[in-house]
Ligand binder design. Structure first.
Ligand SMILES: NC(=O)c1ccc[n+]([C@@H]2O[C@H](COP(=O)([O-])OP(=O)(O)OC[C@H]3O[C@@H](n4cnc5c(N)ncnc54)[C@H](OP(=O)(O)O)[C@@H]3O)[C@@H](O)[C@H]2O)c1
Length: 333
């Protein structure tokens, strides 16, 4: 089958278009013929080697973390799906590889694709929507009336997190540049701040939760807007020793993460704010709940561009530019 792979960690280089074997099925796996794959910055971070300490991969590696497609084969223990089902998934770490014609996915990581959206729209959902779900519902346990600040509301995670926060009854504030104001208003954002011309830390106060997806400076400024007891949840780092424990890293990585996060952990403690790092996980059950929200028109995909499969490198470069408005997808079939 055709696939886009990396042979070595490389910041600047392109993915290679290669012939790879169709993945072998384990007993709990479904083989999915991939119709569309979503692009994520995580693909770029894995390609550059930035993640190799906490997520070491054997190379060559087929990249890609989001897929929508059709089940064409099922392992002998598979119960949830049958051949011909339309599904979507964020396959688990160490089982990625959606930039390919086929992928084997553990059935527990997949869900039926929402019936009311296209394959390309479905491929834009899993990683970003699961991230929003795991931050806002699992970790923050947002309740109606709480105030949540979602940075970069026009991004892949932001567009979905705003819709989920509004569904949960929260007050949602977000940042973007002026050209994306209408999009954020359409998504239901209560307060939209132009990050290029204003400082959110001088506008927002007494927030319950911040979803941080930007740099260290933004992370530190976010502390100022939280009320005592508030939660600062970062998806862009720095990772903490608790995270090292959660994923079972060797002791020396725990020490490294303890050092890189000590500053923000201390500042958060001094403000009586809870700082944590979250790295999203594959979860087919949560994805089924997201399917229901999409089918009820509560959450809508936001797609910026769809590229043909042979332009996967261009799609990745576009996402790396940091200007994507919603998600970027490659159409494979
Ligand atoms: N830990 C996890 O599990 C996890 C999961 C998903 C994503 N992430 C990370 O979260 C970050 C965001 O991911 P993403 O996929 O949502 O990104 P993305 O889609 O590439 O974000 C692009 C958007 O960000 C906006 N933006 C850029 N700089 C901004 C700033 N300083 N303030 C406000 N908005 C800004 C841009 O708007 P303008 O064009 O108007 O600037 C653009 O619409 C990445 O670092 C990614 O790796 C982590």
């Amino acid at each position: 089958m055709k696939a886009f792979i990396i042979n070595k960690y490389n910041k600047k280089g392109s993915l290679q278009y290669a012939d790879m074997p169709i993945p072998k099925l384990k007993d709990n796996d479904i083989l999915v013929e991939v119709h569309a794959a979503g692009i994520n910055l995580l693909d770029s971070k894995i390609k550059s080697g930035e993640f190799k300490l906490i997520l070491p991969y054997k190379l060559p590696l087929i990249l890609g973390h989001d897929a929508a497609g059709v089940v064409v084969q099922a392992g002998k223990n598979v119960k949830k799906f049958k051949i011909g089902d339309q599904v979507y998934a964020r396959p688990a770490d160490h089982r990625i590889g959606t930039f390919a014609e086929f992928i084997a996915i553990d059935e527990k990581d997949a869900a039926l694709k929402p019936k009311n959206i296209s394959m390309e729209e479905a491929a834009s959902i899993p990683l970003a929507a699961l991230t929003a779900w795991q931050v806002l519902i699992e970790r923050a346990q947002i309740k109606a009336g709480q105030k949540v600040f979602i940075q970069a509301g026009s991004g892949g995670v932001g567009t979905l997190a705003i819709q989920l926060a509004k569904h949960l009854g929260a007050v949602a504030a977000s940042t973007t540049s002026a050209k994306n104001f209408d999009l954020l208003k359409d998504l239901g954002t209560d307060i939209v701040i132009d990050y290029q011309n204003s400082d959110f830390e001088n506008i927002l106060s007494d927030y319950d939760v911040v979803l941080n997806s930007q740099d260290q400076k933004t992370l530190e400024k976010s502390l100022k807007i939280l009320k005592p007891g508030g939660k600062l949840i970062s998806i862009s780092g720095p990772p903490t020793p608790d995270f090292a424990k959660e994923i079972g890293t060797p002791w020396f990585i725990k020490i490294i993460l303890s050092l890189v996060s000590s500053g923000i952990r201390k500042k958060a403690r001094n403000k009586n704010v809870e700082y944590s790092f979250l790295f999203m996980k594959a979860d087919g059950q949560q994805l089924s709940k997201i399917t229901a929200l999409i089918e009820a028109d509560i959450i809508k995909p936001v797609i910026d561009k769809i590229f043909p499969f042979d332009k996967t490198n261009e799609a990745l470069s576009y996402v790396e530019s940091g200007r994507a408005k919603g998600k970027v997808v490659v159409k494979i079939k």
